[in-house]
Design a protein around this ligand. Sequence first.
Ligand code: SF4
Length: 516
Amino acid sequence: MTFLGMPLLRSTRHDHEIPGGQGNIVEDESFAKVSHQHLSNQQLRDNIGHATASIRDKRSEVVAELDDWEALREAGSRAKNQVMENLPEYLAQFEEKFTAAGGIIHWARDADEANAIVTELVEANAPVLENGRREVIKVKSMATQEIGLNEHLETQDIDAFETDLAELIVQLGDDKPSHILVPAIHRNRDEIREIFMEKMPDAGELTNEPAVLAEAARRHLRHKFLTTKVAISGANFGIADTGTLGVVESEGNGRMCLTLPETLITVMGIEKLLPSFDDLEVFLQLLPRSSTGERMNPYTSFWTGKTPGDGPQNVHLVLLDNGRTRALADEHGRTALNCIRCSACMNVCPIYERTGGHAYGSTYPGPIGAILSPLMTGIEVEENGSLPYASSLCGACYDVCPVKINIPEILVHLRNEDVKANHSPVSSQLDTALTGASWMMGDGKRMAAAESGLPLAHKVTGGNQINSLPGIAGAWTSSRDIPGLPEKSFRAMWAEDEARSEEEVRAEEEEEDDEK
Ligand code: SF4
């Protein structure tokens, strides 16, 4: 057993009839290992603690303004469930409408196919520059991070420029995103200033003021917006009944990418559909309040295919599976696909707040990452096996989720699946200990007999907190303390209380008799 409580002995890989996803949804190193390193980084914990607390407070304030918040959550959950139950039909409807409006659809089974499609489109539409390379500009997109698109384009002599401020910080810092919404949440202003001073030599002397740093980024990107021929985006929503795509963002960089270049390539997971345009009434209230704590997004862009004489005239959409069909096939876990990537679950998660997003080792961090990544790759992919254990199961994520995904329930389901799929047939010390505990707790008399040892244990430990235990129990106390043992069990105290009550009742009755 590791300190997270996950089985240590694991069996070898298993095959599954539905292929899992590939790319950056697979952990580099197990959460159990990496989280230890991050926990000792005080600067990281301070940066993340400060940022999540402030987004959390903003969210609570704007959510409290709405009397019908619970009804909105219910409506959001219902709409997404409807999509998952009828996904093939909604995808066909979307394709028909988008194509009729002049857009071109490409279907990608996995990361390799999606990367190949995008590369071919860029090569056909972006000129080779003097340095012998092509360039594209990008709007922040989880789907392209998931498939490792930037890294792939790099190998094909194509430079992808991130235009979202936080993504730019991550890219210039040769770093990885650590939060869905705020990818550079682990960086403070001083660190960002240092990165900009080093990687933007033409920016001159900078202070750590947000306005100064934002202005430097704006100047750095402006030329790219005006000259680059191809843009790549993700999408927050695809509307089945109209064939419309939508992106919500806060900086206006998305609007520039979606409107200025000649060619627009969007990569969207197949689960991002909503049944109808009317559903946006619900989702455009749920998403901004849950993500940035705003009443509405500063920039909300929608496009349906192409519009003659206005915006990109070469409009493509890559519809990405990459393990989503696999997740959909899991009837207990499929609601994870309802996620609208608001990140509210991360901002309330006590585990995320202490370890940060890098510890999860996959594109999707936090509570949603702990279920989504293993569901998409398959829990038997050993690299992702530790993710469902990265939770205290406190339930805060479920309480804030705008589409009511019961994350704790899915975590328990995946732990169960992990044990079934990966547990070694060789009995471990943990198995023996749990079998013993099960035998003891399965009978009241046996449990009472075990509890009779409490007064002695209390005496030996002096009633003090227990910080370390020998043997396999040491894995548990390596990261947890056991509260001091009480002198008596609840059962003994209850029995004493009952006896005392009976005596009191008898005494009261005798008193009444005497008075008579
Ligand atoms: S699981 Fe829910 S709370 Fe977490 S990112 Fe997705 S929609 Fe937001």
